[in-house]
Design a binder for this molecule. Structure first.
Ligand code: ADE
Length: 221
């Protein structure tokens, strides 16, 4: 899979790409993540990428041309173009699965007070990570990328994400590690029993119980 991210703040991605699971996925060539500076596609003076809004108002608005040029340069036959914006469809684990089977994704990070509406003509999918407003689409694009990459075959154990929270509309079961007793709190006996079937049954019960307690809305859908 190839993920091309268009941003005016490319340095924000340095640590994200050079740590842990994402770093290993890149090294193993399971995913190719490229960060593109929108400024590099600007043909205006001083590599300008934003300007004041028509009609007045505060802040600067991302201009069409550098983003159109970038998308034109990167787009392939089967590319999905995503724009990170608070007005988009709310992101979910279901969407992460859908995106993880795409061969090529371009993610445009919105910034400043907004972007020229005509940029949306390039976009297949507007995504929001939740009903709150961030300073830009960079963190949201990392969240989407992270959630997709961990689902790509070979990146983590398939087993590790089969029971993920939100699969089957249920939260994940509780887990424990050593020591067996901590500050008087004990690990449930069943997990020490070595009885695989009972453990599986307990885990499923716990998923249902936890979901009913913490996120009953998931079970209603
Ligand atoms: N850009 C700013 N806020 C955002 C949000 N909540 N989701 C996606 N992109 C954003």
């Amino acid at each position: 899979m190839i993920i091309d991210i268009l941003t005016i703040l490319p340095n924000m991605f340095d640590n994200f790409l050079s740590e842990s699971i994402i770093k290993r996925a890149i090294e193993k060539e399971l995913v190719n993540i490229n960060i593109h500076n929108i400024r590099d596609y600007s043909s205006y003076n001083h590599k300008q990428v934003d300007d004041t809004p028509y009609g007045g108002g505060s802040g600067m608005v991302l201009m069409c041309d550098p983003i159109f040029k970038a998308v034109e340069a990167l787009r392939k036959e089967d590319t999905l173009v995503i724009m990170m914006t608070p007005q988009g469809e709310t992101y979910s684990q279901k969407k992460a699965y859908e995106l993880s089977i795409h061969k090529h994704i371009i993610i445009i990070c919105g910034h400043y007070e907004g972007f020229d509406e005509r940029i949306l003509s390039l976009v297949d999918l507007e995504l929001s990570i939740g009903d709150y407003v961030l300073t830009g689409g960079e963190l949201p694009s990392m969240i989407v990328t992270d959630s997709i990459v961990r689902l790509i075959d070979g990146v983590i154990n398939t087993e590790s994400h089969l029971n993920d929270s939100f699969n089957d509309n249920l939260l994940d079961y509780p887990t424990y590690t050593k020591p067996r007793v901590y500050n008087g709190m004990e690990v449930p006996d069943v997990l020490l029993s070595g009885h695989h079937e009972n453990i599986e049954k307990w885990r499923m019960e716990q998923r249902i119980k936890k979901t009913k307690e913490k996120r009953p809305d998931l079970m209603e859908g």
